[in-house]
Every structure is written in structure tokens, then in C-alpha cells.
Design a binder for this molecule. Structure first.
Ligand SMILES: Cc1cc2nc3c(=O)[nH]c(=O)nc-3n(C[C@H](O)[C@H](O)[C@H](O)COP(=O)(O)OP(=O)(O)OC[C@H]3O[C@@H](n4cnc5c(N)ncnc54)[C@H](O)[C@@H]3O)c2cc1C
Length: 483
């Protein structure tokens, strides 16, 4: 461990003169840094716990192109900073098309019906219901319309009842919540005009970081690695009069004038009491606790051949009989109150420009435990489910490779994206969350950026980038004023 000590000593010596420390090299941290660099401010350092940049943007090569372990889509065009800075370079692929549903009979079933789930979600969001959960409002609508319509058609009625779980999964995929009885019915999230599902067509979302840093289309921008210390986990942020003292897991101590904190809401929820000295004020603590943060999981399958014909996106509706067979034939993995984890495997979709790859999605309260399953277990279970739903229509082959995400288990993320709850809306939590911490000399010393630190576009890459620009601009103003 002597090298770690030496590295720590060097690190302390080399960083003690930094004006600014940015914690985290995700979209928000990189956006903050880009603003500093554009204003010729170079005396800063980014401390990043992982060994790569990007955070929850994580594009990896798999099959014939890049797939997205994290952020995948650009949500909306007008007013979306990601779209605005990238649109001249790429043809985004609109993935809103061709959705089919597979049910017991193992053929396409009730497609129009599941397509209604999307407009109704948007409709409920726009109704300004801030005192009820999404699940309650949805079920009231569903009981009085859909279930009522089919009350004399037993087959459709069974289908409509079984489809409720798929509807919940669709909502959980959008919100990242663990249950639709946890997230608020109408969020303050701004649905921007334009397609909500524009993908990077296999090029990799991470290219947006190159664009921000001026390295795309030509590599003529900043070499940000010069400013980043990787594998450097911050464990203490101590605000002491006119300085902020940072301690890292390696024992290094760095003093700086300003800190920009960008780790996820999941990290904040877990570390809020241990990392900040003195403790955050009650208003901030309440904000952190009231906002929701759970996760979704993606599994990527590479097959020897494309067996799914022209399908682009398939939703599964599991019947009571399917559920019983999961319990009997997949006797591993979590189950809660008779609820088998595999019934939360609700969707598969193609990966753009990647003809032999499918992406499977799992939502809900068991994601963290499902992440702990081995690749072999995941493969066995999901292939069992896929064959059950699709086996009569397609010759479903065995994948040659699978990988899966671990966002909930990874201590540097602890989940995927934040969501609003009834409680957080009552106290305007996001506003409280990103208010800077002021030191005893009256200066805003600890600033907050990230996808939970922005009104209306929280939980998105564009929101994270906008919050990073906001805090970068704030710092530029302070630092120029000091000169
Ligand atoms: C599966 C998934 C799908 C998504 N899909 C979409 C999508 O389609 N469209 C969209 O717009 N958004 C999507 N998102 C959300 C989007 O990825 C995030 O909103 C955005 O990337 C957050 O950026 P950030 O900089 O705020 O946080 P992060 O990316 O989490 O960056 C924070 C950084 O801080 C580091 N860190 C944490 N703790 C410490 C510590 N103690 N010390 C030092 N460093 C630390 C982390 O390693 C991380 O690199 C998705 C996210 C996930 C996980």
C-alpha cells in the first residue's frame, strides 16, 4: 500500500492550490468544467470515484455498435440542450415506432390497447394532481374506462387486468420509481416538444461529452483527463470559514475555495449524514429524503442471428398461468409476497444499428436483488420468459453473450434517476436541494449540480448538463469578481 500513501501525499501537495474542486465527472461535472475552461479558469480539479468519465452516461461497444448501459434517449427537441448542441452532427433515430404486445396466446395482442398507456401517462402528468400517486390516479381511470368497457368480454377483461402490471412497468421505466404508489401523479417535469425517444443510433451517448468539451467533430478542444483524478472517492466535505476541506478514501486532504458537488441523489441519500461537516441544514435533509430514487435494469443480449423478424419493441403481459410457471420453473432470485421478479421483465427492444442485439428491461422494487444474479441465472430466466411469450411466433435462439447493468448496487450511483413524490412537491424539494451552502464569511462555497438539482428537467442528461452550466457560470462570476 506504500504506493497509495505516496500517491495520496503527492495528490495533497499537487491539489492544495486548487481554487475549485468538482466532485464527479458525469455530465454535470463535465459541463461545469467546460464553463471554467471556456473562461480560461484552469486551477480546478475533478475528483471521480470511478475509473472513467461519464457517470450515468456509459456507452460500451457490444455486438456491432455502442449500447447504452445508462442514458439512452434524448427526450424532446425544442429547448433540449443535448439536442440543440448535437443536431447538426447526427441523424437521431426516432424509436417511438412499432410496439407490439405479446400475451398468453403468444401472438400480437391488443397493441392499440397498450399504446394508450403512453398518452394516458402524459395526460395524468398534465392534470396537476399533486396530492395523489400516479398508481391511484391511473387505476381510477383504468377501472372506470378500460375494465368497464370489457366487463362482458371475459378474455379481454382478463387481458386488461393482467396488463396492469405492464402499465406499471412502463411508468416505472419512465420515472425510475420502485412502485407507482410512490411517485406523484403529476410531476413538474417539462415534456419538451418533439420525439421523446431519440437515440444516438449506435454511436454512443458519450459523444455529447466530446461536443461539450469542443472535441467533436474535430479533436481541437480540451483534454479533460488532465484535470481529473480517477478512482478518487470523496468521503468528507468540511466547510471551515473561508475554505472547504475535502478528504478522500485514500486519506488525501485538499483545501479549496469552492466545491461543486455532483454525485447522484442516491449517493446523497446514503451519505448525507456522513459526508458533510457540519451536517446539511434541515431543509436540505428533508428535500433529499422526500425525493424518490430507485432504479431500472437493462440486460443486453447478443444472438447469433436476428430471430425477431421486423419487431422493434415488444411488451410482455404475463398471465396468472405464466406467473405460476415462473415460480415453479425459475426457483431462484428474489420474490416478495408471492410476486416473482421475472414478472417485472416487461419489455425487449432492438438496439439501433446493432442487428443481432436486443435490450431487455426490468423495473420495480426488486431490481437491486436481480442485479446480484449471475449472468447464467439471468440468461436462463429471461430466455425462459422470452420463449414463453414469443416461442410460438419465432424460433428464439440462445444468446452468445449477455451483459447487464448494476446501477443500484454500485455505491457511486445507488440507482438510476430521481423522481418526485407527494412529499417532495409539497416542500419544493428540488429548489432547496440545489441552493448553495454559504460559509460564515457569507460566500457561496459548496455548490450543487446534477440531475436532481434542476427544476423541470430533473432525471435527464440535458437537465444535468444545464445544472452544470448554471454552477459553472456562477463560479466564473465569483472568480472573475475576485481578480
Ligand atoms: C439506466 C439509465 C437510463 C437512463 N436513461 C436516460 C435517458 O434515456 N435519457 C436521459 O436524458 N437520461 C437518462 N438517464 C439519466 C441520466 O443518465 C442522468 O440524469 C445523468 O447522466 C446524470 O448526470 P450527473 O452528472 O448528474 O450524475 P452522474 O452521471 O451520476 O455523475 C456523478 C459522478 O459522481 C461520481 N461520484 C459519486 N460519488 C462520488 C464520491 N463520493 N467521490 C467522487 N466521485 C463520486 C460518480 O462516479 C459519477 O461519475 C438514465 C440513467 C440510467 C442509469
Amino acid at each position: 500500500m506504500i504506493w497509495k500513501f505516496l500517491l495520496g501525499a503527492f495528490f495533497f501537495a499537487s491539489c492544495s492550490a486548487e481554487k475549485v474542486i468538482i466532485i464527479g465527472a458525469g455530465a454535470a461535472g463535465i459541463a461545469t468544467a467546460s464553463r471554467l475552461l471556456q473562461n480560461n479558469i484552469t486551477d480546478f480539479r475533478i475528483l471521480e470515484a470511478e475509473k472513467r468519465i461519464g457517470g450515468r452516461i456509459h456507452s460500451v461497444h457490444f455486438g456491432d455498435a455502442f449500447v447504452e448501459l445508462g442514458a439512452q434517449y434524448v427526450h424532446g427537441t425544442q429547448g433540449n440542450i443535448v439536442y440543440q448542441i448535437s443536431k447538426d452532427y447526427f441523424d437521431f433515430k426516432d424509436e417511438t415506432n412499432i410496439t407490439h404486445v405479446y400475451y398468453r396466446t403468444r401472438v400480437n395482442y391488443g397493441d392499440d390497447f397498450i399504446k394508450e398507456m403512453f398518452p394516458i401517462q402524459r395526460d395524468i402528468w398534465s392534470r396537476s394532481v399533486f396530492n395523489d400517486t400516479f398508481g391511484n390516479v391511473f387505476l381510477k381511470w383504468y377501472n372506470s374506462t378500460v375494465l368497464n368497457t370489457y366487463k362482458n368480454d371475459q378474455n379481454m377483461l382478463n387481458y386488461a387486468k393482467d396488463a396492469i402490471k405492464t402499465a406499471e412497468c412502463i411508468n416505472l421505466e419512465e420515472t425510475g420509481s420502485s412502485s407507482w404508489f410512490d411517485n406523484i401523479a403529476s410531476a413538474t417535469y417539462d415534456v419538451l416538444p418533439g420525439s421523446q425517444l431519440l437515440s444516438w443510433n449506435g454511436i454512443g451517448y458519450k459523444i455529447v461529452l466530446d461536443i461539450i468539451l469542443g472535441n467533436y467533430p474535430k479533436k481541437t478542444g480540451y483534454n479533460i483527463n488532465k484535470w481529473i483524478s480517477f478512482n478518487e472517492t470523496v468521503t468528507k466535505i468540511n466547510l471551515d470559514h473561508d475554505k472547504v476541506k475535502i478528504r478522500t478514501e485514500d486519506g488525501a486532504e485538499i483545501t479549496s475555495d469552492y466545491v461543486v458537488f455532483t454525485p447522484s441523489l442516491g449517493v446523497l441519500k446514503h451519505e448525507e449524514r456522513s459526508i458533510f461537516e457540519p451536517n446539511l441544514n434541515t431543509e436540505k435533509m428533508k428535500a433529499i429524503e422526500s425525493l424518490g430514487y430507485n432504479g431500472v435494469m437493462k440486460i443486453f443480449f447478443e444472438f447469433p442471428n436476428r430471430w425477431w423478424g421486423n419487431e422493434e419493441r415488444i411488451y410482455f403481459v404475463w398471465s396468472e398461468e405464466d406467473k405460476r410457471s415462473f415460480i415453479k420453473d425459475v426457483p431462484f432470485g428474489p420474490s416478495k409476497e408471492g410476486d416473482h421478479w421475472l414478472t417485472w421483465f416487461f419489455n425487449i427492444a432492438i438496439a439501433p444499428n446493432n442487428p443481432k442485439v436486443l435490450i431487455g428491461w426490468i423495473a420495480g422494487r426488486m431490481v437491486k436483488e436481480v442485479e446480484a444474479l449471475t449472468n447464467e441465472e439471468l440468461k436462463y430466466a429471461t430466455m425462459y420468459a422470452m420463449r414463453k411469450a414469443l416461442g410460438k411466433t419465432f424460433n428464439v435462439t440462445e444468446p452468445i453473450k449477455i451483459i447487464h447493468t448494476n446501477w443500484c448496487t454500485n455505491p457511486n450511483f445507488r440507482g438510476t434517476y430521481p423522481y418526485e413524490t407527494i412529499e417532495s412537491a409539497k416542500i419544493n424539494a428540488i429548489d432547496a436541494l440545489y441552493r448553495p451552502i454559504v460559509s460564515s464569511d457569507g460566500t457561496q462555497r459548496v455548490l450543487f449540480a446534477g440531475d436532481a438539482m434542476i427544476q423541470k428537467r430533473y432525471s435527464t442528461v440535458d437537465g444535468a448538463i444545464s445544472s452544470g452550466f448554471r454552477e459553472g457560470d456562477r463560479l466564473v462570476k465569483f472568480l472573475k469578481h475576485q481578480k
